[in-house]
Design a protein around this ligand. Structure first.
Ligand code: SF4
Length: 392
C-alpha cells in the first residue's frame, strides 16, 4: 500500500527542532543508546571534531553547546577563573550535575587554553569516562602535517573502538563520510537559499535546523533537512528593506537563539554566519579528496576547510577571507558577535576591524554570554547601527 504524502510546514519542522534544542539533557541520544546494546555516545566539544570517525566506530557523536541560559553554575565556578568563557564552565557543570552521565566519552580539541584546561579538569574529575584530546596541526605548510593528522584520527578511532568493540574498517569510515557529506550538502543548500532569499528563511530557523543535528544521528538529521528543504520550496514572501549583514565571532560558544532573533528583528538579514561552524567545516565533499577515507578527512581539514580563528592556517589571511565573504554575499555590513572572554575571537577582532575599515565595510562589535536573558540592549544597538546605514 502506498503511504500518503504528509506535507509539513517549515514552521512545524523548525518548532520541533527548537523544542529538542531547548530540552535540558540529551533524551534523544540516550534513547538511541539504549535501543541497541553496545552503542555509545561521544560528546564533542566545539569547534571541529571528526564525527565521521566516531560514527564509524558505532557511536553517536553529540555536539556539546554548553548549558544555555537555563543552567545555574554551582560547581564549575570553583574550578575555573572568573575570566573564562561561559561554555567551558557550563560544560563542566553538565558533567558535575549528571547531565552527561550517559556519555561514554568526551572529545576536546586544541582550540584554546580554556578548552585544553577543560579536558584536563574532566580527566581528573571523571576517571571512569574516556576523555580524548585531539591536537590539530598548527603548521599547514608542512607536508608531514597531513600524515600526522591521519595518524591522529586512526589513534582516536582505535581508542573509541575500545568502547564499542567495533573497529573502524575503511568501508565503515567511507560510509560515515558519505552520510555526513550528504548532510553538509543539504546544509550548504539551506545556507545558499538564505543568502539568496533571506526573507524566505530566517537565521533563527536555519540555526535550529542545523543545531538539531548536534543531538540526533546524522541519518535522522538528513531526513529532517530534506523535509525542511521541500517545505521551504513552497514558501513565498516579499523582501523587506533591511541591512544584509554577515555575522562572525560565534564559532564556538553559541548565543541564545532569542539573541539571534533579536538581531534579525532589529532590521538585519543575516546572509552568512559562523554558528555551529564545526559541522559545516568542509567547503566540498570529503569523499572526493581521496579513496583512502582517513586521508580524505585529513586532506579536507588541511586544504578544504573554512577559515576560523581556531585554525592557524597562515596561507590564508582570515581578515582577507572575511572581506571576501562579505563581498561574495553582497553584505552591507558585518556584525562581530563574540562570546565574552573568548580569546581566539578577541585576538582576531583588531585584524578584522582594520581590514573592514580598509575595505569600507561598516561593522559593529558585540559580546554575549550564555546567561543572557534580556536582549533589549543588543537590539537597540543593532537598530541604531541599521538606521545609520539605511538613512545615511
Ligand atoms: S568560547 Fe572561545 S575561549 Fe571559550 S572554549 Fe570556545 S574558543 Fe575557547
Amino acid at each position: 500500500m502506498q503511504m500518503p504524502v504528509i506535507e509539513e510546514h517549515l514552521e512545524e519542522i523548525v518548532e520541533r527542532c527548537v523544542q529538542a534544542i531547548e530540552t535540558q539533557g540529551f533524551p534523544d541520544a540516550e534513547s538511541w543508546k539504549r535501543a541497541v546494546p553496545g552503542r555509545a555516545i561521544v560528546g564533542c566539544f566545539p569547534v571541529y571534531s571528526p564525527v565521521e570517525v566516531f560514527h564509524a566506530a558505532g557511536m553517536l557523536p553529540v555536539g556539546l553547546c554548553g548549558g544555555g541560559n537555563r543552567m545555574e553554575i554551582a560547581h564549575a565556578d570553583s574550578r575555573f577563573q572568573s575570566f573564562v568563557c561561559s561554555i567551558v564552565k557550563s560544560t563542566l557543570e553538565q558533567g558535575m550535575t549528571g547531565v552527561l552521565a550517559d556519555f561514554d566519552a568526551l572529545v576536546f580539541h586544541s582550540i584554546c587554553d580554556p578548552a585544553r584546561n577543560l579536558a584536563s579538569v574532566y580527566r581528573r574529575n571523571f576517571p571512569g569516562k574516556k576523555i580524548e584530546y585531539i591536537h590539530f596541526p598548527q603548521n599547514f605548510e608542512a607536508p608531514e602535517a597531513t600524515v600526522y593528522l591521519v595518524r591522529e584520527y586512526a589513534r582516536v578511532a582505535e581508542s573509541m573502538s575500545e568502547l564499542t568493540g567495533r573497529s573502524v574498517r575503511a568501508e565503515d569510515l567511507q560510509a560515515s563520510i558519505d552520510t555526513y557529506d550528504a548532510v553538509r550538502r543539504l546544509v550548504r543548500q539551506l545556507y545558499a537559499v538564505r543568502s539568496d532569499t533571506p526573507h524566505l528563511l530566517s537565521t533563527r530557523e536555519l540555526y535550529s535546523l542545523v543545531r538539531y543535528g548536534y543531538l540526533v544521528p546524522p541519518e535522522e538529521h538528513l531526513e529532517v533537512l530534506t523535509r525542511a528543504l521541500a517545505a521551504l520550496s513552497e514558501r513565498q514572501g516579499r523582501p523587506r528593506d533591511r541591512v544584509r549583514a554577515i555575522l562572525v565571532g560565534s564559532f564556538c560558544e553559541q548565543p541564545p537563539i532569542d539573541l539571534i532573533g533579536a538581531i534579525e528583528d532589529a532590521g538585519c538579514y543575516l546572509v552568512d554566519d559562523d554558528f555551529l561552524i564545526g559541522r559545516r567545516w568542509f567547503v566540498g565533499d570529503v569523499s572526493r579528496r581521496s579513496s583512502d577515507p582517513y586521508l580524505a578527512l585529513a586532506q579536507s581539514y588541511m586544504d578544504a576547510s573554512v577559515s576560523t580563528p581556531v585554525k592557524h592556517d597562515l596561507r590564508v589571511s582570515k581578515s582577507a577571507a572575511l572581506v571576501e565573504r562579505a563581498r561574495r554575499h553582497s553584505a552591507d555590513a558585518v556584525i562581530v558577535l563574540c562570546a565574552k572572554f573568548c580569546e581566539p575571537a578577541l585576538f582576531e577582532y583588531p585584524l578584522y576591524r582594520r581590514a573592514l575599515q580598509d575595505a569600507g565595510i561598516p561593522h559593529i562589535f558585540l559580546e554575549f554570554e550564555e546567561k543572557m536573558w534580556m536582549f533589549d540592549r543588543t537590539r537597540t544597538e543593532i537598530e541604531t547601527f541599521v538606521e545609520s546605514l539605511l538613512f545615511a
